[in-house]
Design a protein around this ligand. Structure first.
Ligand SMILES: NC(=O)c1ccc[n+]([C@@H]2O[C@H](COP(=O)([O-])OP(=O)(O)OC[C@H]3O[C@@H](n4cnc5c(N)ncnc54)[C@H](OP(=O)(O)O)[C@@H]3O)[C@@H](O)[C@H]2O)c1
Length: 282
């Protein structure tokens, strides 16, 4: 009997990571579902039990900023002697205006969303290169393609991820490793409630940015009912994992975001900015 393909997913405790782990298991992968807090395993196991795919899931502790845990991941891959897919999904969104965000907060954001991706990628690359095959899917965002006020830590980390991933794709293609970026718009996951830490400073009355931040918040709130079903993103990631070749590099997913990217690319910055303020501050 042919052995199952092996996929590693980071940030599998909730949202896209949980749904992707389940979707890949449903499609016949053995999934190493990693999460930093093992007390959150139950949510994943509950779904897996209902869908009868629990035996295809192995949960490993992995905070992507923890080098000791990344070493343990390498040992797990070594023991299995194979790895087919890595989904770099773990991340969080830090909001806040530049003046009110500390350098340490920016650094922490990059530790997870950028350096964490590099560290986990470096752990799988030697195995994939030797096998001469593998797929790495990096979960970026529309925030990796366009800026937004009050969200520069997150936006900057995802822009960095975009640049890194372009290079990685060009480096690894000759070795049979396919690299792709999934760029979602806004979806109903925990990310928005988890990421408000710094934005809250800017919402307070004494902040010079409070009026501006409240305008941003109310635009975001208006959009919440239109946030997409995260299963859509999990399905896309699983589709890519099943493909032999992944073309092109970038996969935009979500309502209205293709239009945003198109307009940003072709409309001169001055017009883009004017339209942006008109919409945001009207
Ligand atoms: N939802 C959206 O609208 C949206 C849009 C574009 C891109 N994205 C991207 O999608 C990815 C998944 O986010 P989500 O929307 O599914 O949000 P989510 O439900 O909050 O899931 C984020 C996952 O990342 C984990 N995580 C955070 N920091 C970590 C670290 N240092 N090490 C390991 N795991 C860590 C979280 O673990 P804990 O449970 O322990 O916190 C959780 O499992 C992120 O990269 C995000 O930037 C989301």
């Amino acid at each position: 009997m042919e052995s199952r393909k092996i996929a590693i997913v980071t940030g599998a405790s909730s949202g896209f990571g949980l749904l992707t782990s389940i979707e890949l298991a449903k499609r016949g992968f053995d999934v190493i579902a990693t999460m930093r807090d093992l007390e959150k395993t139950q949510a994943l196991f509950d779904v897996a039990e209902t869908l009868q795919v629990k035996e295809q899931l192995t949960v490993l502790p992995l905070d992507v900023t923890n080098s000791g845990q990344i070493e343990s991941l390498k040992k797990e891959i070594s023991a299995r002697n194979s790895v087919d897919v890595l989904v770099n999904n773990a991340g969080y969104a830090l909001g806040g205006f530049c003046e009110e965000t500390t350098l340490d907060e920016y650094r922490e954001q990059f530790e997870t969303n950028f350096f964490g991706v590099i560290a986990v990628t470096q752990a799988v690359l030697p195995f994939m290169r030797e096998q001469g095959r593998g797929k790495i899917i990096n979960v970026s965002s529309i925030s990796g393609l366009t800026g937004f006020p009050g969200l520069s830590p997150y936006v900057a980390s995802k822009h960095a991820l975009e640049g890194f991933t372009e290079c990685l794709r060009l480096e690894m293609k000759p070795f049979g490793i396919e690299v792709a970026l999934v760029e979602p718009g806004s979806y109903q996951t925990n990310i928005w409630s988890n990421g408000k830490r710094v934005a809250e400073k800017s919402l307070k009355g004494e902040s010079p940015y409070s009026t501006y931040m409240r305008a941003i918040e109310s635009k975001i709130e208006e959009g919440v009912p239109n946030y997409g079903d995260p299963q859509e993103v999990a399905n896309l990631i699983a589709d890519l994992c099943e493909r032999e070749k992944i073309e092109p590099l970038r996969f935009l997913v979500g309502k209205g975001i293709k239009a945003i990217v198109f307009i940003k690319k072709w409309v001169p910055w001055a017009h883009w900015e004017k339209a942006f303020y008109k919409r945001l501050l009207k």
